[in-house]
Design a protein around this ligand. Structure first.
Ligand code: DOR
Ligand code: ZN
Length: 343
């Protein structure tokens, strides 16, 4: 199979930042995806329906005329998000709220310090049908970095699931067999997104030929046994696992830095990277459902009607891209992928 034509996919987890950065990153996504869930961890975060709508307009202004693209907006859940904001968000077209445990990752300082503080808001979300998207890692410094996802499930997710049984929850960018198996055995209200980089790489990538901040993201890459389990659930056909790149651009000088920022920029090569992972698993025939059907179905949105074709033709990724006043280094810069998007 040298050409693969799919229903146009969606990216259910994306960071596009703001300002001049939008002009670089939005077209990379809109060249492949019809819609994307836009993460709200700006500085300051997107916490109100009004801010989300203004941000949406700025994103739309960066979409090339030849592309049709719909940003799906989210709000950043804080300890003080009033329950009354949920109906406003729903009316404005916001589809979900993102829960960052305070301090868990990039721009998460305004995140939730204690789930007790957001109970009324979660109840309103359950009632209005807004989804809860979770960065599922504990921030307890006593917990090993590689265990923070598994511990979050035990300490917080199981209780949330019990207390809000009909709240749709997406466990974002899962990285462990613990999360994969938790979601696999959960009910129809629980799903997970998977990044291409967690399907393709294990934690050895962080230490190959030196310390490699280009592979540093959160949740951090895990052991091979976890990667294999992620690949298994992604290619299993289970409709509660779907594509979310977590493409997270940072300027090159802040990635190659002693305090390297967490985040891998994969938007440019997203579908070729997923094709590579699915091909590795002998499951290219399962890519379309994972990329184009499962997410829309879980969110209760219509499936796309357009198409995207991938062709098997070697493609060497650029070393850098311009990014506002600076530069952006894509993940796998300079590497040759075996698939590319046909334009
Ligand atoms: O690696 C990451 N980068 N993980 C996150 O959770 C946030 C993201 C970002 O915004 O840079
Ligand atoms: Zn993210």
């Amino acid at each position: 199979m040298d050409r693969l034509t799919l229903t146009q996919p969606d990216d259910w987890h994306l960071h596009v930042r703001d300002g001049a950065a939008l002009a670089t990153v939005v077209p990379h996504t809109s060249a492949q995806f019809a819609r994307a869930i836009i993460m709200p961890n700006l500085k300051p975060p997107v916490t109100t329906a009004e801010q989300a709508m203004a941000y949406r307009d700025r994103i739309l202004a960066a979409v090339p005329a030849a592309h049709a693209f719909e940003p799906l907006m989210t709000l950043y859940l804080t300890d003080r998000t009033p329950a009354s904001e949920i109906a406003k968000a729903k009316a404005a077209g916001v589809v979900a709220l993102k829960l960052y445990p305070a301090g868990a990752t990039t721009n998460s300082d305004s995140g939730v310090t204690d789930l007790q503080h957001v109970r009324a808001t979660l109840e309103a979300m359950q009632r209005e049908g807004l989804l809860l998207l979770i960065h599922a890692e504990v921030t307890d410094p006593a917990v090993d970095v590689f265990d923070r996802e598994a511990v979050f499930i035990e300490r917080h997710l199981m209780g949330l699931r019990r207390d809000f049984p009909e709240l749709k929850i997406v466990v974002e960018h899962i990285t462990t067999k613990d999360a994969a198996q938790y979601v696999e055995s959960a009910d129809r209200f629980t799903a997970a997104t998977l990044t291409a980089h967690h399907l393709l790489f294990n934690r050895n990538a962080l230490f190959t030929g030196g310390l490699r901040p280009d592979y540093y993201c959160l949740p951090v890459l895990k052991r091979e046994v976890h990667r294999l389990e992620l690949l298994r659930v992604a290619t299993s056909g289970n409709p509660r696992f779907f594509l979310g790149t977590d493409s997270a651009p940072h300027p090159s000088h802040l990635k190659a830095h002693a305090l390297a920022c967490a985040g891998c920029y994969t938007a440019l090569s997203a579908m070729p990277l997923y094709a590579q992972a699915f091909e590795q698993a002998g499951a290219l025939d399962r890519l379309e459902a994972f990329a184009s059907f499962h997410g829309a179905d879980f969110y209760g949105l219509p499936r796309n009607t357009g198409q995207l074709t991938l062709k098997r033709e070697p493609w060497t990724l650029p070393q850098t891209l311009s990014f506002g006043d600076g530069q952006l280094t894509p993940l796998c810069a300079g590497d040759t992928l075996s698939w590319q998007v046909e334009h």
